[in-house]
Design a protein around this ligand. Structure first.
Ligand code: NDP
Length: 312
């Protein structure tokens, strides 16, 4: 029987660490960390995600500073909201909830976020920091997967990892993080031929294709670690990209949907915010193991030399 990569439990453990960091530094800093989730329009799924993020903030003691702008809001007005949050000394993290209403281009708005407050780790500068192994906020979902693997003792060095999906949100940063942890990484996408032959070579298989239940037993090497990033609402409930009931008996470890990667994504948003809060004041956060990067002179080890991310 496979070990369950239990994201809900790990998220709870990390939340307790965040509460402790906030309690330790809160008096000295005179204010709690602040996270602004900026929502534009009325995408119903976004409403649920934003509410979950705000509840998670409340649990650990982060102030929610978000705003909800009407669907017809123009780019200039959204930009002004981003700039206000960039300048707000009580705001440590900013997240622009996607998708935006049709007609609003996300690229320029994401780029307007102060990279030091980029709670989602999606700013081009921070993706560059990831590529170069430099400190900076990390994309939440892949960072959450790395924490989940580390917590369950998956020693990645030398393992063969396959990532299914090459989006900027998940697949690409996931591949970089696994590579920085000394796994040998292959990235598959919709034009990959004979996917099953490729994925069967994986010791660690991360699936982020956005295709409900596409990965079955025929795609998985016995004993592999399988991480299912996909999340889909169906008539019979939530499911992932992996046929859990088929893969679980042959995998050595597997993440469930729900309760696997999803809770970790929200938690890493909180981690990025608390780390930014500490960094702005030059204080130690003790969360370096959760912000993976490969140092310039050593293998990936999760240390944080305290280098501050400069605003752009
Ligand atoms: P995208 O749609 O942006 O990217 C999907 C990727 O999968 C693309 O690179 C695509 O290839 C590839 N792909 C699609 N079909 C196949 C196929 N048949 N074989 C191989 N590769 C394929 O999705 P995201 O990366 O944003 O998200 C992926 C999934 O993860 C979604 O289900 C999303 O809901 C979920 N998600 C979950 C999160 C969580 O917290 N649990 C957070 C973020 C996302 P190509 O590039 O060629 O088109």
């Amino acid at each position: 029987m496979a070990t369950l990569l239990d994201g809900r439990r790990l998220a709870g453990e990390i939340e307790a660490r965040l509460q402790a960091v906030i309690a330790r530094h809160g008096t000295q800093l005179g204010r709690p960390p602040g996270l602004a989730v900026l929502r534009v329009g009325d995408d119903p799924a976004s409403g649920v995600y934003v509410a979950n993020k705000e509840k998670a903030c409340a649990r650990v003691g982060i102030t929610s500073l978000g705003a909800h702008l009407a669907a017809g809001t123009g780019a200039e007005e959204v930009l002004a909201a981003v700039r206000r949050l960039n300048a707000d000394p009580c705001c440590d993290g900013i997240l622009l909830q996607l998708p935006l209403p049709a007609g609003l281009a996300e690229g320029p708005l994401l780029m307007a976020i102060d990279p030091a407050k980029d709670a989602d780790g999606l700013h081009t500068l921070n993706l560059g920091h990831l590529l170069k192994g430099e400190p900076g906020p990390r994309s939440c979902t892949p960072a959450g997967v790395m924490a989940l693997l580390a917590r369950h003792g998956v020693a990645l060095a030398g393992l063969r990892a396959v990532v299914v999906g090459r989006s900027i949100l998940v697949g690409q940063p996931m591949a970089l993080m696994l590579q920085a942890a000394d796994a040998t990484v292959t990235v598959a996408h919709s034009r990959t031929t004979d996917l099953a032959a490729l994925t069967r070579q994986a010791d660690v298989l991360v699936v982020a294709a956005g295709r409900p239940r596409m990965i079955g037993a025929e795609h998985v090497k016995p004993g592999a670690v399988v991480v299912d990033v996909g999340i889909h609402r169906t008539e019979s409930g939530l499911c992932g990209d992996v046929r859990f009931e088929e893969v679980e008996p042959i995998a050595s470890a597997i993440s469930p949907v729900p309760g696997g990667v999803g809770p970790m994504t929200v938690t890493m948003l909180l981690v990025n915010t608390v780390v930014a809060w500490c960094r702005r004041a030059g204080l130690d956060h003790g969360l370096g193991d959760l912000v993976p990067y490969r140092g310039l002179d050593g293998p990936w080890a999760g240390q944080d030399p305290g280098v501050r991310v400069e605003g752009g």
